[in-house]
Design a protein around this ligand. Structure first.
Ligand code: MRU
Length: 358
């Protein structure tokens, strides 16, 4: 049986980009159609489309829209304008490397065009190709990850690394869905994921729709469940993986990894190859997006903290690789030493993995 997900966070429709507005979930499924790359940039910044692979694809389509709108026949002038488009889109969210990776691909594809007309169609074609490749990669990743999930397992996940965050059925949730498809009984503990509640609003919504048993917990309850032996493994997504295996993911991931190590629970990260950044030696070099303090002082637009109180809001944190049991990629399961196994995965060598740090 094949794994199929009906949710599609980003689509290209006749020279428009259509996104499912994730800020409106789970209350309503509403879509936004955009013809202007600046609208796409705003949608990414405002997290109407979110999740590392999905913003990569949305960014690529944004660049394609930008390319189509450039009014010149001159090849060099066209490339100069496209550079501005790509720069604007890349600046929207700095942590997920998928965005800059996808934009670079569109830029490189366009530069192979003979004339402006051809360059415009190359931009659209490359963005579509990225989406298709990401779909296939997510499927392969799901199969790799499912092998790590025992029958009867309770898997804890954080944020949303599901169909809404990718093209396909998700990374962490893709592994869970595939395990379910293979006939395994799997239960999910989903952290609510403050401040923007991706776990409560998105992961719980996605899984409940498919009848996968999901129980929502407060972020701060994770240690309680792990210490009572109620969690068989943790699987999370990633926004960027450095060459040494350090992982940036939704803030709170680091705390979960430390708790997992303390309680002897395997901690897995699921990431497509577009999320692996071998140019960064370690997680210290990963830029961490800081979002508005209002996301912390308010919940869903209602103030919960006293007027005038200050707040900091890093959207991501970095989990050192020593806490990570394995990194699930479409090319295989990477293990310590990640400096070797991640390069093998990227270079397409089949033998991924070294020792086991579990
Ligand atoms: O701020 P978000 O909602 O875009 O953060 C998303 C995450 O942290 C996901 O875990 C990550 O992008 C992986 S999605 C497959």
């Amino acid at each position: 049986m094949e794994l199929r997900c009906t949710v599609s966070p980003v689509e290209w429709r006749q020279d428009r980009v259509r996104i499912l507005d994730q800020t409106r979930l789970p209350w309503e499924q509403s879509f936004i159609e955009m013809r202007d790359y600046l609208a796409v940039a705003n949608a990414i910044r405002e997290m109407r489309v979110r999740g590392a692979p999905a913003i990569g694809v949305a960014g690529a389509y944004g660049a394609a829209l930008g390319a189509l709108a450039i009014q010149t026949e001159d090849r060099e002038a066209f490339l100069g304008e496209l550079h501005k488009v790509i720069y604007t889109l890349a600046a929207t969210r700095p942590t997920a490397v998928n965005l800059t990776w996808a934009l670079r691909r569109v830029g490189q594809a366009v530069s192979r065009g003979r004339d402006v007309l051809q360059m415009k169609s190359l931009a659209v074609e490359e963005a579509q190709k990225i989406q298709h490749e990401e779909e296939l990669a997510t499927e392969r990743l799901g199969r790799q990850g499912a092998d790590l999930i025992p029958d009867g397992a309770t898997v804890l996940t954080h944020c949303n690394a599901g169909a809404l965050a990718t093209c396909g059925c998700g990374t962490a949730l893709g592994a869970i869905r595939t395990a379910k498809l293979q006939g395994k009984q799997v239960r999910v503990l989903a952290t609510e994921t403050r401040p923007l509640l991706q776990g409560a609003r998105l992961t719980a919504w996605e899984l409940a729709q498919e009848g996968i048993p999901v129980t929502l917990i407060a972020d701060s309850a994770a240690g309680h469940f792990m210490s009572r032996g109620k969690v068989d493994c943790v699987i999370v997504g990633a926004d960027r993986v450095a060459a040494n295996g350090d992982v940036a993911n939704k803030v709170g991931t680091y705390s979960l990894a430390v708790l997992a190590a303390e309680n002897g629970v395997p901690f897995y990260v699921a990431a497509p190859l577009s999320t692996i950044d071998l140019t960064l030696a370690s997680g210290d070099q990963i830029p961490i997006e800081e979002r508005s303090p209002e996301e912390v002082t308010h919940i869903l637009g209602s103030r919960t903290a006293p007027e005038g109180v200050s707040a900091f809001n890093p959207a991501f944190d970095v989990t050192p690789s020593r806490y990570i049991t394995a990194i699930i990629t479409p090319a295989g399961i990477a293990r310590q030493p990640y400096i070797v196994s991640l390069r093998q995965a990227i270079e397409g060598r089949t033998q991924v993995g070294g020792g086991d740090n579990a």
